[in-house]
Design a protein around this ligand. Structure first.
Ligand code: TSB
Ligand code: ZN
Length: 644
């Protein structure tokens, strides 16, 4: 029998008989390694631990420390799910069952709908099968034989037909289950120690709504029960904080079928939070030398042909409208309008930087599948600005924008964020303007600016704007899912497209550079974040209702109204609950509404000109005079304090 050379990651070599399996090598290194092993990597490819080696190999044993191993582990758990489903509901046909970022799913075709009770049954059966320590085994099948074998299974036939080559692989799981699959898998179900089924949803075959709808079962799996429990706890917390749920409970926003998906309606309370945020950022911008403008939400298609949006951003735009002899389109970005404001008069180097800002409403055709509450919408208002400056001014402007971001985050109580340098994908020529020199320069400017601020960043190819690279500021939700909020973008492209100029000290016309920037992102996305960050209990300065007056009995209503008047006169947002309900009931409701201050007034308070203060977090705070309370609250409000 011939032998093979196996090279391990530390460079050491072993000579082993042909047919040796990675698991055998792992055992020869240490029993511990063999026990922790999930899958192997052979010559760069993931490889079953129990599959015989056929050639000389670079071999790596992946254990529970490796993210790639987790993907394999979850994929194997998906097979376990499919095996359990087929045992319980043999009439089911299998779609695909891949791992995901957070777990796995499997798509099934079955007449009857799966119920939550079914999920419990399926999960119990998964545990039974798991305990039998069933092996995963790889099998090679001839394509022709496979098509014959699966002649009644249209999904499998489609998958087999798409596969290149004459043979394909299948994996058995124990004696009764076999599935078309690339693998690899864990050696046996003994490895699958912690999993949970989570939900059922509809999903189209291959994600195409023209195809039949399947039932998708989602689950998650971790290497240890503790990791699984931590994840489930976070999921629970995320559900509690979900801005869509809180948005409904606190009457912040609503969506209506008749208006359409991704087009939220801001209810009075949500609108108040938004207005406060808008006023805040406008004030900070005014103090930082920005000039605010208003521009229309639509323009001629020609504008976007000039800018390049039509060529590179078309797929994200709403389709054009025919109007008399013109074609109009809803704007997907505000930049072209601001450029035309810059261009509306002669500019000299003495005028630069010109900073044109707007709470600009824009429209993007986000696909229905990615829409979510306020965080990803189709109509959004961006705290936008375009800075027109000389090349020498870029760094200084960049730094000032970063300072503004930091100030805003501090005032909003946002503490955790990371920086991302978003670059183009050089291979995707349709999505990015072609001009290597320009991209290189813009990227260098961003890197230098970040380096001189000594800020760390990660790089993300394929995330740039079509006109230039971005420095994005990323915030994560409870589940660790990241989105871009603030963004600073260097653009040498649009100034060319619109032939922008300024008169330089040499008396000649030069080209300005553009910086696109958003500090607090779109009102929609930022408020979705703040709702989740505070679980609806906004800091006083952002709260839709800052204090509510609660008379104990009807006879104090008159006094309560006077208290309300004083609060309103001081510019505070206050309400009065005059209903003839029990005080405890009123307090409970105000607490559920997360109103920072409840001002209870009974006979004693009415006589003394006082209110009994109750705070949503700290409970009873004792009685104070109305004037003292008003000035305390006004102080918290005007200083935008995060205390209460
Ligand atoms: C900063 N032209 C630039 C602008 O001058 C621009 O539009 N940049 S952007 O395309 O990156 O969008 C700015 C920000 O809007 C993003 O960073 C993101 O926080 C927010 N945003 C983008 N799409 C959506 C959406 N569908 N729903 C909610 N917010 C969004
Ligand atoms: Zn822009």
């Amino acid at each position: 029998m011939s032998s093979l050379t196996v090279t391990l990651p530390d460079g050491s070599k072993q000579s082993v008989p042909e047919g040796t399996r990675p698991i055998d090598v792992a055992k020869s290194i240490s029993p511990r390694l063999a026990a922790d092993a999930i899958v192997a990597r052979v010559n760069g490819e993931l490889f079953d631990l129990t599959r015989p080696l056929e050639t000389d190999s670079q071999l790596e044993i992946l254990t529970t420390k490796s993210p790639d191993a987790l993907q394999v582990y979850r994929h194997s758990t998906a097979h376990l799910l499919a095996a359990a489903v087929l045992e319980l509901y043999p009439e089911t046909q299998l779609g695909i069952g891949p791992p995901t970022e957070t777990g796995f799913y499997y798509d099934f075709q079955r007449e009857t709908k799966f119920t939550p009770e079914d999920l419990e049954k399926i999960e119990a059966r998964m545990h039974e099968l798991q305990a039998k320590n069933l092996p995963f085994e790889r099998k090679l099948t001839e394509k022709a034989a496979g098509l014959e074998k699966y002649k009644n299974d249209w999904m499998k036939r489609e998958l087999i037909q798409e596969r290149a080559g004459d043979v394909f692989t299948e994996y058995t799981l124990g004696p009764n289950f076999i599935d078309f699959c690339r693998g690899p898998h864990v050696p046996s179900t003994e490895k699958l120690k912690a999993f949970k089924l989570l939900s059922i949803a509809g999903a189209y075959w291959k994600g195409n709504e023209k195809n039949p709808q399947l039932q998708r079962i989602y689950g998650t799996a971790f290497f240890t029960p503790k990791e699984l429990q931590d994840y489930l706890n976070r999921l629970e917390e995320a559900k509690k904080r979900d801005h869509r749920k809180i948005g409904k409970e606190l009457e912040l926003f609503a969506v209506n079928e008749l208006v359409g998906a991704g087009l939220p309606l801001w209810l009075p309370k949500g609108a108040t939070v938004r207005r406060v945020l808008e006023e805040y950022i406008l004030e900070k911008e005014r103090q930082s030398g920005y000039q605010h403008v208003y521009t229309p939400d639509l323009a001629k298609v020609d504008l976007y042909k000039t800018s390049g949006h039509w060529e590179h951003y078309h797929e994200d735009m709403f389709p054009p409208m025919d109007l008399e002899t013109e074609q109009m389109v809803l704007r997907p970005m505000n930049c072209p309008h601001h450029i035309l404001i810059y261009k509306s008069k002669m500019r000299s180097y003495r005028d630069l930087p010109v900073r044109i800002a707007e709470l600009g409403t824009m429209y993007r055709y986000e696909r229905s599948g990615v829409l979510s509450g306020l965080s990803r919408v189709r109509c959004m208002t961006l705290n936008d600005a375009h800075i027109f400056c000389t090349p020498d001014q870029i760094k200084d402007e960049f730094t000032k924008v970063m300072q503004l971001v930091e100030l805003a985050y501090k005032d909003l109580g946002i503490k955790q964020y990371t920086y991302r340098l978003s670059l183009r994908d050089k291979a995707n020529t349709a999505k990015y303007v072609a001009n290597d020199e320009m991209w290189t320069l813009a990227e260098r400017v961003l890197r230098e600016a970040m380096d001189s601020l000594q800020l760390p960043y990660v790089e993300a190819p394929g995330e740039a704007a079509f006109y230039g690279p971005k420095l994005d500021i990323q915030l994560a939700d409870v589940m660790g899912h990241e989105e871009t909020y603030s963004t600073i973008q260097i653009d040498f492209h649009l100034p060319n497209q619109f032939d922008l100029g300024y008169i330089a000290p040499d008396g000649r016309e030069h080209r300005p550079v553009m910086i696109h920037r958003a500090i607090v992102s779109t009102m929609e996305r930022m408020i979705s974040y703040l709702i989740e960050l505070y679980a609806g209990a906004f800091p006083v300065w952002l709260a839709p209702v800052q204090a509510i007056v609660l008379p104990i009995a009807d006879r104090q209503n008159e006094y309560a109204r006077q208290v309300l008047e004083k609060l309103l006169a001081a510019g505070l947002r206050a309400e009065l609950d005059e209903r003839s309900d029990k005080i405890n009931f009123k307090i409970r409701e105000a607490q559920l509404q997360k109103i920072p201050y409840m001002l209870v007034v009974g006979d004693r308070e009415a006589q003394a000109g006082q209110v009994a203060v109750r705070n949503r977090k700290h409970g009873d705070r004792g009685a104070v005079t109305v004037d003292d309370f008003v000035s305390h609250l006004a102080q918290l409000n005007s200083t935008r304090s995060l205390e209460e």
